[in-house]
Design a binder for this molecule. Sequence first.
Ligand SMILES: NC(=O)c1ccc[n+]([C@@H]2O[C@H](COP(=O)([O-])OP(=O)(O)OC[C@H]3O[C@@H](n4cnc5c(N)ncnc54)[C@H](OP(=O)(O)O)[C@@H]3O)[C@@H](O)[C@H]2O)c1
Length: 305
Amino acid sequence: MDRRTFCITLPGLGAICTITSSVISQDKSILHQRRIPSSGEEIPAIGLGTWIQFDVPNGDPEMDQLQTVLQQMMDHGGKVIDSSPMYGRSEVNVGQLTQELRNPDHFFYATKVWTSGKEAGKQQIAQSMARMQRDQLDLLQIHNLLDWSTHMKTLIDLKSSGKIRYIGITHYTDSSHHQLADVIKSNPEVDFVQCNYSIEGTHADEFLFQTAQEYDVAVIINTPFNGGSLFRRVGGKDLPDWASDLDIRSWGQFFLKFIISHPAVTCAIPGTSNPKHLIDNMGAARGKLPDMEIRKVMKDYFNKV
Ligand SMILES: NC(=O)c1ccc[n+]([C@@H]2O[C@H](COP(=O)([O-])OP(=O)(O)OC[C@H]3O[C@@H](n4cnc5c(N)ncnc54)[C@H](OP(=O)(O)O)[C@@H]3O)[C@@H](O)[C@H]2O)c1
């Protein structure tokens, strides 16, 4: 790991310099990977969300575009694909489109259980495996904590029988962070927590990340662009001059680098159906990353835009 002095100059504030250990490599070709604490396995710090983006009718011309998104993801080293039975045809389309690629096993398949009751949960998980065309799912998460204590037992059984590799819990609101933390504390079987976090909304930083770190739980960030509203907020405004010092070429990379540079964060899953956006997002997993001090500067800058 390269340690060096990193300086950025801000109008009215002068130069801010810090010794940073976050310059992982000068080689921009290296993809930032993060360790899953419970296993030591590494996954790329940027993945793909499929909520609205992959809920496309069978035979729709947009399927070709989604195929390109997945192909580009593979070509750029991305692995984590997040879906849910809540996302309409997303699981089916992920299954079909990945099977059409040369190596479907390249990906890390994450989906969720989103129903009430033990039998309904088991049936839904079996259905997800069939829809995603996988004999084993990498990560099965309890969506929005719905009937979580029932499904936790099922997931523990599925993990011990090898049908799933990791257990997760998810939510998307700030008000859930306390409960997510409580579930982590009382259930050592939890490998992943998925939550909302962005440069605009950092509640998880205060109320969830520390627990995840203490209990060796990996953190996936959903809605990293706050559903896309961050782009509307910055409108057509230019990036700050110093963004290029962090190998940031777009607002998308600005937002994502802010997230994945947090030490608690394992992976962010921006949703996109646009191959250009996919490449842009994967670019955030390469090059320099800000340290804690520079992250504060990024947040201050964003708040003033
Ligand atoms: N409770 C839960 O478990 C939960 C809740 C919410 C979300 N999630 C997961 O998190 C994923 C991400 O959340 P999200 O999709 O709601 O919101 P998001 O990732 O914050 O934002 C997606 C929006 O940003 C746009 N976008 C993506 N990359 C871009 C780029 N580089 N430049 C400009 N625009 C870009 C997308 O449009 P384009 O398609 O045009 O790129 C889309 O409109 C979901 O897909 C889902 O997998 C989970």
